[in-house]
Structure formats: structure tokens, C-alpha cells
Design a protein around this ligand. Structure first.
Ligand code: NAD
Length: 275
């Protein structure tokens, strides 16, 4: 008997990185998984990986900043598997390093729309279904940047602080309605986002060229802005994380092993929060 046998999970941002690892882990432990992402190619790869390992998964294309698209994502979970028990609201983007006065309005809106409004939109659609089902567990992906400030990443940090506050507030609202709401705060993790990606994590030649160009722009902006990224907080464990190390914590928080835990943001950061 696996921890998530008979349960249905939706994971946003599941086409790569932390979301893919989480989708694989939840499926491995028995959940039917709705793999949700704006990147269809990567999402279908995740579904293939789950099915090759003997699990059940369905891909749905979603833009988490669009409430209608998010409602449709939850409809797919209900139509495909009869309900929704678990949600990992994880899709997010990162900017390059830029000082606050250099952020363009459209950039600010995009970060907040995806990283913060997207998490709210997901919970707005998921919560009624979970309550109707008799309960559920939600994990939102915040960041170490949601717990401390980060010079050069103020829009990202603000959006992730928002996710922490949103998580606490919704946890209080649903504490007696059977839905637990927690968040993870990853430290630096080996994913596409770490290479300066703004947006999707596709694997086509165009996506990869785009990533290299954005990475170079990030490096140039960083040098011009005189931001010393090496001054970013050191990791006491002296290594960056693998996405699977996030997925293990997500699975724990979604499981009945965490039945008395709600409203928390768990740093998974190689010791950074202790420093
Ligand atoms: P990633 O780029 O590999 O994955 C992000 C996924 O989100 C991609 O598959 C992308 O296509 C998807 N996405 C982007 N915009 C979307 C949208 N509008 N709608 C739906 N999907 C969308 O990066 P990751 O590191 O796996 O990021 C996952 C989460 O972890 C993000 O919220 C990120 O902020 C957070 N995080 C990452 C790190 C790290 O070091 N990697 C650290 C702290 C927090």
C-alpha cells in the first residue's frame, strides 16, 4: 500500500525541474497525477516518464496567471480521476538580477502574475473541490527569497514573500475544513530556472538558444549593475540541491504523515535558514 494510492494530485510547473520531480514522486507513491504546465513538450515528457515507471498521469496545458485556464486544469483532474486530493502549486519564473529602479512595469506584472497570483488562482479553483471531496493537502512553492530579501531580485523576492503570507492565511481559513496548506522554500536547486531562464523550460533548439541568450544577458546585466552574485548567501552544506530533494519534502507535506502540519513554510536549503 503506497501513501497516495487512490488519490489524485495536480502539479503545476511539472514540465521540468522541481515540478517534474514532484510529479514523478507523487506518482511513484500511487497518486494519479495531472501534469500541468505552459510547456506542452516538457509536460508530455513528464507523462511519459511517469507511465514508463508504471504510474498514471495526464497532461494539461495551463497558464497559471489565467484564472480560466486554471479552472480548466482542475476540471481535467475531476473529469479524469474523479476528484482532487493533492495540489503542488509550483509553477514560477525568475528574473535576471536587476536593481528595483530598473525593473520595467511589464516585467514586474509578469513575475507577480505567475509567481503570486498564479498560486492564488490555483488555490481558488482547488479548494472547493477538495472541501467537497472531504479534504486535501496543498503545497505551494515559495523560495528562500520568500524568507529573506535578495538585492537585485526584489520582484521575485516580493512575489515569494507573498506566497508565504498567502499560504499562512489560507491555512487558517481551511484549518477546520480538512485542507492543510503548506509551502516549501527551496534553496538553490539544479533546474532550468537556475540558468537565468525567464519562462518555460522547453527542450527544443529554439528554447535552448533562448536560454543561452537570456543567460548571457543576465551575466551582462549582473556585471553592469555591479551586483556580486557570489555575495549571495552561502550554503552551509556547500552544494546546490537536486529537484528530487524538494520532491521528498513535498510528498511528506502532502501525506497523512503531516496530518497536524498546516500554515508552515519549510526551508529546504542545505542549512541557509540556520545561518
Ligand atoms: P523550472 O524552470 O525548471 O520549472 C518551472 C516550470 O514552470 C517550467 O516547466 C515552466 O514551463 C513552468 N511555467 C512557467 N510559467 C508558467 C505559467 N505561466 N503557467 C504554467 N507553468 C509555467 O524551474 P524550477 O526551479 O523547477 O522552478 C519551480 C519553482 O521552484 C518555481 O516557483 C521557482 O520559483 C521555485 N524555486 C526554484 C529554486 C531553484 O533554485 N531552482 C529556488 C527557489 C524556488
Amino acid at each position: 500500500m503506497e501513501r497516495f494510492d487512490g488519490r489524485t494530485a495536480v502539479v503545476t510547473g511539472a514540465s521540468s525541474g522541481i515540478g517534474r520531480a514532484s510529479a514523478l514522486r507523487l506518482a511513484e507513491e500511487g497518486a494519479n497525477v495531472v501534469v500541468a504546465d505552459i510547456d506542452a513538450d516538457g509536460g508530455r515528457e513528464t507523462v511519459d516518464l511517469i507511465e514508463d515507471a508504471g504510474g498514471a498521469a495526464t497532461f494539461v496545458e495551463v497558464d497559471v496567471s489565467d484564472t480560466a485556464s486554471v479552472e480548466q486544469m482542475v476540471d481535467v483532474a475531476v473529469e479524469s480521476y474523479g476528484g482532487l486530493d493533492i495540489a503542488h502549486n509550483n509553477a514560477g519564473i525568475l528574473t535576471g538580477f536587476v536593481e528595483t529602479t530598473g525593473i520595467e512595469e511589464a516585467q514586474w506584472d509578469r513575475i507577480v502574475d505567475i509567481n503570486l497570483k498564479g498560486v492564488w488562482a490555483c488555490m481558488k479553483a482547488e479548494l472547493p473541490v477538495m472541501v467537497e471531496n472531504g479534504g486535501g493537502a496543498i503545497v505551494n512553492t515559495a523560495s528562500e527569497a520568500g524568507l529573506v530579501g535578495m538585492g537585485g531580485l526584489s520582484s521575485y523576492s516580493a512575489s515569494k514573500h507573498g506566497v508565504v503570507g498567502l499560504t499562512k492565511s489560507v491555512a487558517l481559513e481551511y484549518a477546520t475544513r480538512g485542507v492543510r496548506v503548506n509551502a516549501i522554500a527551496p534553496g538553490p536547486t539544479r533546474t532550468n530556472i537556475q540558468s537565468g531562464v525567464v519562462g518555460g523550460g522547453g527542450s527544443s533548439l529554439r528554447d535552448r538558444v533562448g536560454r543561452v541568450v537570456r543567460l548571457l544577458k543576465t551575466v551582462v546585466r549582473t556585471l553592469l549593475a555591479d551586483y556580486d552574485t557570489s555575495a549571495m548567501r552561502e550554503v552551509p552544506m556547500d552544494r546546490i540541491a537536486d529537484p528530487e530533494e524538494m520532491a521528498g519534502a513535498v510528498a511528506f507535506l502532502c501525506s497523512d504523515d503531516a496530518s497536524y502540519i498546516t500554515g508552515h513554510t519549510l526551508p529546504i536549503d542545505g542549512g541557509q535558514a540556520a545561518d
